[in-house]
Design a protein around this ligand. Structure first.
Ligand code: FES
Length: 580
């Protein structure tokens, strides 16, 4: 396996603190001995940090405390010393205004916690949507030997004799209540039936997408993306990950040795095959930025064009993550699309990707279809350009209604999420099923944080007519568990002065998926005149202090992954100055 530059250091990084025989060494060791560590723990053996996003208000990560104990077993067994530390945790279902606002804050926390502490390698314990991406971004900027252990997905939701999926069925039930097809009592009764074990959403939402893409990039052991959270085999995998991280430190194999342009492209292809979340675009672009790898928005379209959807999982398909694991999980998917992948890519197991998936088998061809019998021919991410999105926009075709993938319609504009909530069900709202719903002010700077509101629910009067889908356009994101004909991540966003800011109700918008175009049907002159007017009336940002100000002032647009501009790249692991 290729080693990164610079080559292996002597002494080990942790020995720069624990190996000293002076006052500084005394201080570093003595306070650690207060926890009962004997002398030999500081004799030069690998010190492994367990970067844990466990939290009771990140319910999807509530099992990580226990899982960390299994990682520690493996580290001790392999001759290392595990030291667990907490970092910011982000509960997707709990945080306001959106967990995405804080992904970069977590990434900063992770980066500085890893860099500032005397550790030689790190195990990232994450799960819920923004936790693993934030951890990967932070860890990438330090570039120590790194391995990921994910929460794993919940057991299948079970409600009145049928399987229900996290998020996906929330949207369906919510619209059924608004359409008068489901009672409020049944709606509440479904809550406990949906989330009935610890773990992340059990659809192919963002969390499972990220754990699968992490596996595709080789940064975790096989089946990390699919073993259920409560299955003992996840504990075994955690144990084995502890053993592997010690080996990675001993062989000085770092994150950048594993995650390369080739492995990012493998991840993009896998995302198409499994019907992964549109949020993967944001997170992979941000990760590539940290690694200084040239990955462009168009690459998501280019590299997923030939891949059909073969994992039959909600929200694009029928089954859930538990079924996926029993069918063979990601190794089975990757084996079926092996001819599309770079099989020489490295993995943390020490095997190439090709060697790793060689023994994989598929045990259920209905859950993981063959390439010649896909769930959908078109998958992946389509990247759009046009005068409405000069820096791009995206749509997930396999979650859309095929007939709406080419559509021209009259815009019905909502200037903010509050405007949308206030007017969406108004009886006099001038809208029909051929209109295009446009939502502004939900980009990185606008909300702030780019929430998952792009799949805005349809107006009640259309739901009552039986309308199930409409074309929707916004600068927002959408939950990985969501579905619909939804154009997202319009860049530049409205708040940054993008053309989206000046769309008016009644304008015609033309979307042609095949041509990858999205255009506002007004003259260039009219568009420029509206943009100048908008700039002249632009209000001052209400975010004038704290992290929100830092974020709004420095966040990049969606086509760059919405990282903070000064966090792109990395600072490495060297800290030359002592603390005393
Ligand atoms: Fe945490 Fe879905 S809300 S993984």
């Amino acid at each position: 396996m290729k080693k990164s530059d610079p080559p292996k250091k002597t002494p080990r990084r942790s020995q720069l603190s624990y190996g000293k025989q002076d006052k500084d060494g005394f201080i570093h060791r003595s306070w650690m001995k207060a926890q009962g560590y004997p002398d030999h723990c500081f004799d030069g053996r690998p010190i492994i940090g367990l970067c844990n996003t466990w939290s009771e208000i990140t319910p999807c990560n509530s099992g990580l405390r226990e899982l960390a104990e299994y990682v520690k077993r493996g580290i001790w067994e392999a001759g290392g010393v595990p030291l667990e530390f907490p970092v910011t945790s982000l509960g997707e279902t709990q945080m306001r205004p959106t967990a995405m606002l804080f992904r970069n804050l977590l990434a900063m926390d992770v980066e500085e916690s890893i860099r500032g502490n005397p550790i030689d390698g790190v195990v990232l314990l994450g799960g819920c949507d923004k936790t693993t991406p934030g951890q990967l971004m932070g860890a990438a900027s330090v570039n120590l030997p790194t391995i990921v252990v994910s929460s794993g997905a919940m057991l299948n939701g079970k409600f009145r004799g049928r399987d229900i999926g996290s998020g996906t069925d929330v949207w369906k039930f919510s619209e059924a209540v608004r359409a008068g097809e489901m009672s409020q009592e049944d709606f509440i009764a479904a809550e406990g039936a949906m989330s009935r074990s610890r773990g992340v959403c059990m659809t192919m939402g963002t969390a499972s997408t990220v754990s699968n893409l992490t596996e595709a990039m080789g940064l975790c052991l096989p089946y990390n993306g699919s073993i259920p959270a409560v299955d003992a085999r996840r504990q075994v995998m955690a144990h084995m990950s502890g053993r592997e991280i010690v080996r990675l430190v001993e062989e000085d194999i770092r994150l950048k040795d594993i995650v390369t342009k080739a492995s990012l492209i493998n991840a993009i292809k896998v995302n198409a095959a499994v019907g992964g979340s549109t949020n993967s675009v944001m997170h992979l672009l941000a990760l590539a930025g940290r690694l200084e790898i040239d990955l462009q928005l168009e690459d998501f379209d280019r590299y997923s064009r030939d891949l059909p959807l073969i994992a039959n999982l909600m929200p694009s398909g029928r089954f859930l993550m538990e079924d996926y694991h029993y069918a063979g999980g990601l190794p089975a998917v990757m084996k079926k699309i092996a001819s599309h992948l770079d099989l020489n890519a490295a993995t943390v197991s020490g095997k190439t990707l090709g060697e790793q998936i060689e023994p994989a088998e598929c045990y259920n061809d209905e859950v993981i279809r063959d390439l010649d019998n896909p769930v959908r021919e078109s998958s992946g991410i389509w990247v759009l350009r046009g005068n409405l999105c000069p820096q791009g926009a995206i749509i997930k075709p396999n979650a859309a209604t095929p007939e709406l993938l080419k559509h021209t319609g009259r815009a019905v504009v909502f200037e903010s999420i509050e405007d949308y909530h206030a007017r969406k069900d108004a009886p006099d709202l001038d809208i029909d099923e051929n209109c295009i719903m446009v939502l502004k002010g939900c980009g990185p700077k606008g909300y702030p944080g780019m929430p998952e509101v792009g799949n805005m629910a349809l107006p009640k009067k259309l739901l009552e007519k039986g309308v199930k889908d409409m074309l929707r356009i916004s600068d927002a994101r959408m939950s990985g568990t969501a579905f619909g004909s939804v154009i997202l991540h319009v860049a530049p966003e409205a708040q940054a002065g993008g053309p989206l800011a000046v769309v008016r109700s009644g304008d015609l918008i033309e979307f042609d998926g095949e041509a990858r175009s999205l255009n506002l049907k007004i003259s260039h002159q009219e568009l420029q005149s509206r943009l100048q007017e908008w700039q002249a009336d632009r209000p001052e940002s209400p975010y004038q202090r704290g992290y929100a100000k830092l974020y709004v002032d420095t966040v990049l647009q969606a086509d760059r992954g919405a990282d903070l501009d000064f966090l792109v790249g990395g600072s490495g692991d060297e800290v030359s100055r002592e603390s005393h």
